[in-house]
Design a binder for this molecule. Structure first.
Ligand SMILES: [Zn+2]
Length: 392
């Protein structure tokens, strides 16, 4: 099989879109006709080049894998394996639905950019123009996308494109697919919510005022976008601590505790972390470097600690499940669990005393018990954790 038109694939063009473009310029009625021929070609190749076992495996491979191998033989080019990661099911469905294109991009080079398929990408980040919805891809040069565009729907969603264009710019020269974009977006949404939560927690519970409403006021968003979660956490943590160095331990503890409490960034459980081992390791090493006590609370104390003692099972200390703790409970836990040193507790509460008025309550209810944190703090040099709450 030979193809007359052999134009190169663009970096931001998916393999299926490339095949559809090849089909058009080589005069096929439809993309699926070329796909059928490529698959037949692949089966022929498999007979000659692959051993029987491989052919058996190959039968279960995707359409696009077969097309990729066949095209590599026909065009004498190679395509990266990652081409197959693009959401190809979507493209098959696309046959019956509509396409989205940026008319300006199209004028420059007439091919489909892979990110146009993402249902959240509806404004071109290069031209800042709304994408046009078309029934078919207008490869024919005389066809003007503006003319064939369908009229916009009334409930047209206005997407939030803030993160995606920054991310795409950072990935220039690298491979990138839908799941990368989706993943980046979900991390960014989590991230914004998470830091807002931490800042409010420190403000409401510990009277530490960062004077920012969003973490992106401390760190420009493009310094975070695209980086792994733990690197981003580390960067923001460092900049928060730079702002309020005296509260370094409290800030670190709050960050770790809040990730667990709110189950952020895919955190579910220490025991069953799927695909998030890096985050788990980061949380535990953070906890350990802050205080041995904190680490022990999070992981519990294993039987081996009591090796040789009589009642192994009874002596085992289970981890504290911060996922079931309210903000108030978390605040109490931080103040009373000997994670912070007595001096650190005094540093935190000295701020409270300076601005002492009725609006600031250093006390609260936990269940039916009434706690006066002042009493605990006064006794901090003894051992806050051993103090009994005062009945009221
Ligand atoms: Zn454009």
């Amino acid at each position: 099989m030979k193809l007359l038109y052999r134009g190169d694939k663009f970096n931001d063009e998916s393999l299926p879109d490339y095949i559809f473009r090849l089909a058009y310029w080589n005069g096929f009625d439809s993309g699926s006709r070329l796909i059928d021929l490529l698959r037949i070609h692949y089966k022929e190749l498999a007979k000659h080049y692959f051993c029987d076992e491989r052919l058996h495996v190959a039968k279960k491979l995707s359409v696009w894998y077969e097309c990729k191998v066949a095209l590599e033989f026909i065009l004498n080019k190679s395509f990266h394996e990652s081409e197959l990661n693009l959401e190809i099911g979507l493209l098959i469905k696309k046959k019956y639905h509509t396409h989205w294109i940026c008319s300006e991009c199209w004028k420059e080079y007439a091919y489909v950019r892979f990110y146009w398929h993402s249902c959240d990408y509806r404004n071109c980040h290069v031209h800042d123009k709304r994408l046009l919805q078309v029934e078919f891809i207008p490869y024919e040069p005389s066809l003007n996308p503006e003319r064939i565009a369908m009229s916009p729907q009334r409930d047209w969603p206005f997407p939030d494109c803030e993160v995606t264009p920054i991310f795409l710019k950072k990935r220039i020269g690298n491979s990138c697919n839908y799941s990368d974009i989706e993943n980046e977006k979900s991390i960014s949404i989590d991230e914004e919510m998470f830091w807002w939560n931490v800042i409010v927690f420190l403000r409401d519970r510990f009277k530490i005022d960062f004077k920012v409403d969003s973490v992106y006021e401390l760190i420009p968003i493009d310094e975070l976008v695209g980086a792994p979660v733990t690197q981003r956490l580390q960067k923001v943590k460092d900049s928060l601590i730079r702002e309020k160095e005296v509260f370094a331990t409290l800030i670190s503890v709050s960050i770790v505790a809040k990730i667990i409490q709110k189950r952020m960034f895919g955190f579910e459980d220490y025991g069953y972390l799927l695909g998030s081992r890096e985050l788990k390791n980061w949380l535990l090493s953070e906890a350990y470097s802050v205080s041995r006590n904190f680490y022990t609370y999070l992981v519990g104390v294993g039987d081996h600690i009591f090796f040789g003692s009589e009642n192994l099972v009874d002596r085992r200390v289970p981890p504290i499940d911060l996922r079931k703790v309210s903000d108030k409970g978390l605040c109490q836990f931080i103040l009373e669990s000997s994670i912070l040193t007595p001096q650190e507790i005094r540093d935190i509460t000295s701020e409270w005393e300076c601005t002492s008025n009725s609006a600031i309550k250093i006390e609260g209810y936990v269940g039916r018990r009434h706690y006066y944190y002042n009493k605990y703090i006064q006794a901090a040099d003894l051992n806050v954790f051993d103090m009994e709450p005062e009945p009221r």
